[in-house]
Ligand binder design. Structure first.
Ligand code: ADP
Ligand code: ZN
Length: 652
């Protein structure tokens, strides 16, 4: 196994779980693999395919990806091929011939192709080593990605009972997972669930204020890097892309309103590093295997956490860092809500509403982003501190907001709990809005009692109080503020501690605190919202952290040990020589153009970075670089080592 890994892929070690999975497949066992994007699923079937006799068949739903996948394998000296509708008749004939002659080790097919009579006829003459079902969740109707063509795949186990089937996916709730295993008819499968923590991604949520200027700065800090900017509508994609181009950035738009050929062209230019930045709707990403995406921006609010996780997950597939920034505004919330309310089916509308609500909670939460994100998928991080999100890195100050809270609560009381958050804040901040006048709310006792805070600060405070349970919100369509037991305690003199950004002006009612201790009345869910000071008092509710992930009775569950490693984003040990790195990138681009493949097929960024650290100029040294196997050493070693030698000599 290790020899095959090194020889063909040029990697010296397996990632978590890969080795166990490969061993099971080699043993002929059915296997189910749940691993995040970039986790390294492909190798789990590619290595057995190389080590076993016969042909491995990989079922993949994305025809657009097949060519790149096969090109990637071929570039490592592996006999791979694909059969799909993009091939000419002659190409199909040639591939079929090669398969029958036993010249192919790994074959990619779409499910509908596999189920065709002619394909099944062909397979009669072939010795099959294994079936790998990529994106296996597509078989489940419970998944968000159900594909009817996948449904028939259950026949594989019936027709080929002795051939191991390995199902792989990056998206599966426990329900989808169980359903997928059932639909594929896997026999007492080994089930592997890796941690979904993408430790090389950093998460940050910024307020949507001066967003364009802020984005400009972000892009400048990523000069030369590849990145994706997601917007919610075609219109905003077009306008943002244009605005950025006017500022001298080079971006391309991508959305469903473009013609197929334009979309394809833009995607291709991005994959091939012709253009660094793509501005896109969420239509972009399926079928993108680009490993070196260094930033993912959500210019608008995503509709749900699944989407957000998936979209950010397109960054850093190569294991190197990726910066994920989301610009958050409540305005976006209302916009999305408006569309949800227009959905015709009530059940769908309700689900979408709940999911949107969870997205908002994620954005407004003061708990480590990674913890919330993984918690959403049922995975519990042991530590409250990931060190790679804005909450952990830009801690907030905690301050005594008891007086302010009483102002707000009194107003809710005075209007008999019959108004929403914005209206209540309008009253206390003395708004002259029509609505206030028409209700005669400018005559209330609490009118304009909220001096010392701006309206937006009041809104933030009110929302945090809701999150902490000092106020209830009732009613879905017209949410009204309601007092509860905790509110009464505060009105009777209890304490409320809230948080605000560390750089907020301190001279506000309520003295800023440097040492952190939570109010005894506050709920525990934001227990780690401030950890700037050295004296962090640990009141977090880190009780027993037994994972909730369970596996069905029939399956032998093997839990990843990676779940426990929630450490800091790994920083490269030595910094690569940027000048050399850029030169190698140029060389890579030239070679890729000659061969008509994406640059990453030649070498991943990880390989180039290592070269720019280790300066390999001899074969043994070059082979030592990650991603350099025997085939690539022979094919690309000489040109790259020559470039490095020339660089070291200081010549062009
Ligand atoms: P997935 O299909 O799970 O999204 P891939 O199989 O595409 O992930 O792998 C992601 C990246 O990690 C690829 O560039 C792959 O070559 C690399 N990779 C996989 N396994 C290893 C390993 N053991 N060591 C180093 N890199 C690896
Ligand atoms: Zn964190």
């Amino acid at each position: 196994m290790h020899r095959t890994l090194q020889k063909y892929f040029g990697y010296s070690e397996f990632r978590p779980l890969q080795e166990d999975i490969i061993r099971d497949v080699l043993d002929g066992k059915d296997t189910f693999v749940l691993m995040p994007t970039g986790g390294g699923k492909s190798i789990c079937y590619q290595i057995p395919a190389l080590m076993m006799d016969g042909l491995a068949i990989v079922v993949s739903p994305l025809i657009s990806l097949m060519k790149d996948q096969v090109d990637g394998l071929v570039s490592n000296g592996i006999a791979a091929a694909y059969l799909n509708s993009t091939l000419s008749y002659r190409e199909q004939q040639e591939t079929t011939r090669a398969i029958v002659d036993g010249h192919v080790k790994i074959l990619y097919v779409a499910p509908e192709r596999l189920c065709m009579k002619s394909t099944l006829e062909l397979l009669k003459y072939v010795n099959i080593s294994l079936f790998a079902i990529d994106e296996a969740h597509c078989i489940s109707q419970w998944g968000h990605d159900f594909r009817p063509e996948y449904r028939r795949l259950g026949f594989l186990k019936e027709k080929f009972p002795d051939i191991p089937v390995i199902g792989l996916t990056a998206t599966a709730t426990p329900k989808v997972k169980d359903d997928t295993i059932k639909m594929l008819k896997l026999r007492s499968p080994s089930v592997y669930v890796a941690s979904f923590n993408r430790s090389n991604l950093s998460y940050e949520i910024r307020q949507k204020k001066n967003t364009f200027g802020d984005l400009e700065d972000l892009l400048k800090s990523h000069d030369g890097d590849s990145g994706i900017i997601y917007c919610n509508s075609r219109k905003s994609v077009e306008s943002l892309s244009r605005k950025l181009n006017n500022k001298g950035f080079h971006t391309l738009p991508y959305h469903a309103g473009l013609s197929d050929s334009k979309r394809h062209e833009h995607q291709e230019r991005f994959i091939r590093d012709d253009v660094d930045i793509i501005v896109a709707t969420v239509a972009f990403g399926m079928g993108i295997d680009k490993p070196n995406v260094r930033f993912v921006v959500h210019y608008d609010l995503p509709k749900n956490i699944e989407g957000y996780y998936q979209e950010t997950g397109r960054g850093g597939r190569d294991g190197l860092e990726c910066e994920c920034v989301l610009y958050f505004s409540r305005g976006d919330w209302y916009k999305i809500k408006y569309f949800i309310d227009k959905m015709s089916k009530k059940s769908e509308r309700d689900i979408a509403t709940v999911k949107l609500r969870e997205m908002i909670d994620f954005c407004e939460s003061t708990t480590c982003r990674r913890k919330v994100l993984l918690g959403y998928f049922g995975e519990e991080l042991e530590s409250d501190y990931c060190g790679g999100c804005d909450v952990c890195l830009k801690p907030r100050d905690t301050y005594d907001a008891s007086e302010a809270a009483r102002v707000l609560l009194s107003c809710v009381d005075e209007v008999n709990e019959r108004f929403g958050l914005t209206h209540v804040v309008d009253i206390i901040s003395g708004s002259r809005a029509k609505k206030i006048k028409s209700y005669k709310h400018d005559r209330l006792k609490s009118y304009a009692t909220g001096e010392g805070y701006t309206k937006s600060e009041w809104l933030d405070m009110a929302r945090e109080m809701v999150r902490l349970g000092f106020l209830d919100v009732k009613g879905a369509k017209y949410p009204l503020l309601n007092l509860n037991k905790q509110s009464r305690e505060v009105l009777a003199g209890g304490e409320v501690w809230l948080t605000r950004p560390s750089d907020a002006v301190a001279a506000k009612p309520g003295k800023p605190k440097t040492t952190i201790s939570r109010s005894p009345t506050s709920k525990s869910n934001s227990s780690n919202n401030a950890r700037s000071s050295t004296s962090v008092s640990k009141t977090s509710n880190s009780k027993s952290t037994t994972s909730k992930k369970t596996t069905s009775k029939t399956t032998a569950s093997k839990k990843s040990t990676a779940t426990k490693k929630s450490k800091r984003v790994p920083t490269p040990i030595s910094r690569p020589d940027k000048k050399l790195f850029d030169r190698l990138k140029k060389l890579r681009k030239r070679l890729a153009e000659d061969e008509d493949v994406p640059p990453y097929i030649i070498f991943a960024d990880t390989s180039l970075r290592q070269m720019a650290v280790k300066y390999p100029i001899r074969n043994e040294e070059f082979l030592d670089i990650t991603g350099v196997g025997e085939f690539k050493l022979k094919k690309y070693g000489p040109v790259f080592m020559e470039e490095i030698t020339r660089y070291l000599k200081g010549s062009k």
